[in-house]
Design a protein around this ligand. Structure first.
Ligand code: ADP
Ligand code: MG
Length: 233
């Protein structure tokens, strides 16, 4: 495993609201994630996990502290720089956010629109390949409404991974699934990550999937309370 840092966070603080209503939610967060690592973040509801993920993903501006993603400092970054960083990240959310008017294949292919450098035929091949990898080769032309929850979430994973992002941010991707489908989903993510060498930061409450991680970090009241390396087996 290379020791290249994909995520470097120093002294990050964040608050919502202004004046009387100002509510600090992140305190002095420091976190380093190396290339190829799978890090699981746990912690009670309201502890700041989603806020941290959106800051790392360049979806919210940094108020104080330093967040470096793939070599780009996000504090004070321009809109253009933020867009470039976002394009290198695969996002997977709790609810899959698929477009219901598009088929599985079209939903996945759409995320390659951002990558104009990839030739058209190659985009088709990449789309088909990733949908095969998540076991949906016989569902390419299905609309989301005709897929199960687990299948919809697999389309969302395919959509996040099709462009072979260096970093994947997943916010409770198994929350809406039964435990067997949930396990299946994270195993697919783990396998694709190993194949593509990407780094994963995954937020979950699901104790049954912790073993796929290289490291587990616990968030408590806006602070990183514990950082535990797992011996991989
Ligand atoms: P978690 O993902 O761990 O459940 P969040 O990051 O969603 O926690 O929330 C952390 C705290 O920030 C909570 O107290 C929540 O109410 C508050 N919060 C989250 N998003 C917003 C927002 N957009 N505006 C105001 N407060 C927010
Ligand atoms: Mg959350």
């Amino acid at each position: 495993m290379s020791s290249k840092r994909v995520v470097t966070i120093n002294n990050l603080n964040h608050a919502f609201g202004k004046g009387e209503l100002r509510k600090p939610v992140l305190f002095d967060v420091d976190l380093d994630i190396l290339a190829g690592e799978i890090v699981i973040m746990t912690g009670p509801s309201g502890s700041g996990k989603t806020t941290l993920l959106t800051l790392i993903g360049g979806l919210r501006s940094i108020q104080s502290g330093s967040v470096k993603i793939l070599g780009q400092e996000l504090y004070g970054a321009s809109k253009n720089e933020l867009v470039k960083v976002r394009n290198q990240i695969g996002f997977i959310f709790q609810s899959h956010n698929l477009l219901s008017c598009l088929t599985a294949e079209q939903n996945v292919r759409m995320s390659l629109r951002l990558h104009q450098d990839i030739p058209f035929e190659q985009r088709s091949a990449m789309t088909t390949h990733i949908l095969e990898a998540v076991g949906l080769e016989d569902r390419l032309n299905f609309y989301p409404d005709n897929l199960s929850g687990g299948q919809q979430q697999r389309v969302a994973i395919a959509r996040a991974l099709v462009s072979q992002p260096q970093l994947v941010l997943a916010d409770e991707p198994t929350a809406a699934l039964d435990s067997k489908s949930g396990r299946n989903i994270v195993e697919i993510m783990q396998q694709l990550a190993k194949e593509q060498g990407c780094t994963i930061l995954l937020v979950t409450h699901d104790n049954r999937i912790l073993d796929i991680a290289d490291r587990i970090v616990d968030m408590e009241d806006g602070r990183l309370a514990r950082d535990t390396a797992l011996v991989s087996g």
